[in-house]
Design a protein around this ligand. Sequence first.
Ligand code: SF4
Length: 297
Amino acid sequence: MAERIPETLHKKIADRLGFYEDIGIRLFYRDRGAELGTGVARPLEVPAVAATPNMISEEEPTLPKPAHKPELRKTAPMAAPAAPKISPLPLPVAAGPSLFEAVEKIADDTLLKIRDNLGECTRCKLHGTRNKIVFGEGNPKAELVFVGEGPGADEDAQGLPFVGRAGKLLTQMIEAMGLQRKDVYICNVVKCRPPENRQPEEEEVSTCSPFLLRQIDTIAPKVIVCLGAVAAKTLLQTNRGISQFRGQWLEFRGRKLLATYHPAYLLRNPPAKSEVWKDLQKVMAVLGLEVKKGKSA
Ligand code: SF4
């Protein structure tokens, strides 16, 4: 008479067989239900398994070993992921002609002609909120040109660059160099005030900056000082942070360019004045200006 197996064991066997089914070794077992009247199976005599004294145990099943180790399909080695693209520093690393460097100089250009061409400009959306265009001011033959970001509220009201609090600080900086405002030329990347003093947008910069380019070409200064990141990034055509190249001599269309902090930043961070003073002393050395003894930031 067929031996009845306990209920708990019966369940264990059923679970185990389900597991064997799932992992694809069900064929190594055969149904023994008819023999036992239980519908459960017992292990067949399969080499690795048959040697196991108690197949119905708490042990995890041992999978039969394949005769041959399956070969992994050989595939071409994966290509290394492309290195992230980093915008090169315009200088001292040679970076090829920038957007501006590719632009031809206009023969016999003058500041007057440029101002005439600009007219009551509506080329970008900043015209809608401005009061006055702030073209630029100073010596048309200046050896030193300061380029800022864009007009603020005071500049927008008066039509003159750097006349607010930051402008007063710039005037002090210029005078500390032994110069007057009338000796230098001061202008901005965009000539209309961005609302709420926000940064000018890329499209506004690209629309307005050709006029700045003509101004610089016409004045032909010995040194250009970029005040702040927007001016520096615009002229150098770089996305790098200003701290990476501040105070270094760079080149713009064959002229010496140095980027330093914007006076508005100095109003918020007075300790940075000493860094800017060091930068301005470098400019003074190139322009042959004497640093007076005891003069400090
Ligand atoms: Fe024209 Fe420049 Fe003013 Fe835009 S910011 S409206 S381009 S002058």
